[in-house]
Each structure stands twice: as C-alpha cells, then as structure tokens.
Design a protein around this ligand. Sequence first.
Ligand code: DCP
Ligand code: MG
Length: 357
Amino acid sequence: MIMEKRIIHIDMDAFYAQIEQRDHPDYRGKPVIVGGRSQSRGVVATASYEARKFGVHSAMPTRTAYKLCPDGIYVRPRFDVYKSVSKEIMDVFLSYSELVEPLSLDEAYLDITHLVSRERTAKSVALNIQRDIFEKTHLTSSSGISYNKYLAKIASGMNKPKGTTVIHHGNVMEILKAMPIGKFPGVGRVTEEKMKSLKIFNGEDLHGWDEADLVREFGKRGSSLYRKARGIGTSELNVDRVRKSVGKETTFDHDVNDDEYILKVLEELSHKVSENLDRRQFAGRVVTVKLKTHDYKTHTKQMMTTNPIFKGDEIFHYAYNLYHEVKEPEEPIRLIGVTVSHLEERSYRNLTIYDFL
Ligand code: DCP
Ligand code: MG
C-alpha cells in the first residue's frame, strides 16, 4: 500500500511588514505599509495586519493606500534583510526534512511523511516548525497540513496569522465547496471573472461541472480545476529547485584562442540559458563561467548578481566580465560554458525592484 504523504505549507505572516515591526519596536501594533513610496508609481509590497483593516493590501498602488490609511507608517523594503531572514527560515525547514520546496522568500512546502507516527502527528510537527522559526527569527508564521500540496497551501491561508490548520479527508469537501472560486489556487483574476460569468462562484458550483465541459471552457487547466474541486492534487515536491541551475557549454573541435570567436559562442550560450530559464519562469542570482584549457584543466569563476536575472543580454554581461577574469591570454581553450544558479521562481516578488524606487 502506498502511504499517503503528509505535506506542510508554511507561510510567514505579513512577511516584510512583520520584519519591519520586529526591527522597529515603535511600529508594533500600528498600520505599516511596505512598498514604493512614490505617489505616482509605487506599489504596496505588503501591509501589516493592522493596515489591512483599512483595506490596504499587496499590489495596491501606494497612492490608494495613502487614501485609505493616511496615518499609516510607510516604509521602503529592505530586501537584503528579508533575504537573510528567508535563509534562516529555510534552515529551520531543512532541519526537519530534506524535502523542501521553497515557493518564494516566505513560503515553502515540506514533505514530513517520514516524521509522522502514532505518537507524532503532522500537526505537532508543524507547530514545532513554527515554534523554531519564532525562536530563531522572532517572527510568526502560519502552517497548513494536508495530504497534497495545494490543500496544504489552502490550509495555511485559512487561519492567518499564527494559524495551524489541517485539511483531512473528513473536512476537505466541506472546505472546498464553501471556498470562493477566486481563492482556488490557479484561479487568477481573469479566470475568476470567466467562472463567475458561467455562474461558478464557489467550489460547490465547480464540483457540479463535468470535466469535459471545464476543458472546453478552460483548456488543460479545466482538468486540473476538475481535480482541485475534488481534493485531488500532487504531493510530489520539486526539491531541487534550490540547487537547480541552468548551464550550457560547448566543446570546440580544435583548441581555440580567438577572443572574438569565443565571446560570440559565450553570447549564444547565454541566450540559450536564458531561453531555458524563460521556459521554466526562473531567474538566478549567480553566474558561473567555466572553461577547459587545452591541457584539460578546468577553470571556473562565478559572481553574484545584484538582482535575479534571466535575460540573455544580462547573463552575457556577467559572463563577459567573468571570461576576461578567468581566461589566460596565451592559453587556448577547448570548452566554454556558462551557468546560472541560485534560481528562484520569477515573480513580482523579485522583479519589480524598480517599482520600489
Ligand atoms: N510581496 C510583494 N508583492 C506582492 C505580494 C507579496 O512584494 N504583490 C512580498 C511582500 C510579502 C511577501 O512577498 O511580505 C510574502 O507574500 P505573501 O503573499 O505571503 O504575503 P505576506 O507574507 O505579506 O502576508 P500573509 O500573512 O497574507 O502571508
Ligand atoms: Mg506570507
């Protein structure tokens, strides 16, 4: 018999805002809005729970937030701090399980099947993880526990902040049926509108649809939605996302020492790496150039980028500099390669830095 898995989804509460409140005691208990301060083009990254009472939320123009909450404390994000907190959290996760799939700086899935026994419930594991995070960072989080990923994620959002919620076979249908359609993972704004026009307002309405009809209306996603309405989803974690890297290399037919030619190849390789990152919607923070000399010695040099990158020209920009650092002028090479690592999922979370200026 295949044992059902136990998946925990952990998500920090009002992540950036909570860190600001932690580091500035005078912000505590007050509406704190983290984001771009520009009245014309700034957006809210997140808001403390106190600020949310005024209707302020992520992705809202700062201008709107000011109107809703004129007395709020508006602060710029400190990404470096958030990143280092994120590392601390990830270390806690890894102390419980090797099977960790980070989704962004403040959330991850953990497969903790191996830790569960008659004496130890998945819920108690989740509580321990939340306690450890608090001890290490003085920040609160919420967790969701279930037998697959998307249910665990739904669960973690159900009792925020400081929640610990279990979705099991006994309560799953009740929860899904009552859930507004826009809250289903994978249902964005556009799909939500379309759902509503089809009179699908919640999980129960969705449950009433045949798979074939959903596929006709929503394409491949229709099948996935059909399953999601029934509590069916994957419990396989994408564990090597952290380690993952994308690299391309070329071995020359002959040893080569023509910079212009090698750089042309390096540029092509950079664009190939970019295409691969694009396909998977990843961006990376470390660029490595590798070369093998005519006598089979390998030399590498790497560099951290200021922001996660994925564009071919950006990758080549770093690769170009690295190449000049690592290549000995007199030494022909037989292989050149470029790799982007420290990948993260590409999203508003790491790409709108300009919105915060
Ligand atoms: N974030 C952002 N822009 C968004 C959404 C989020 O910059 N549109 C950033 C700020 C958040 C962090 O990502 O603090 C984590 O996102 P979450 O969606 O988990 O939101 P919070 O952690 O802020 O709040 P919650 O308690 O609802 O999880
Ligand atoms: Mg969060």
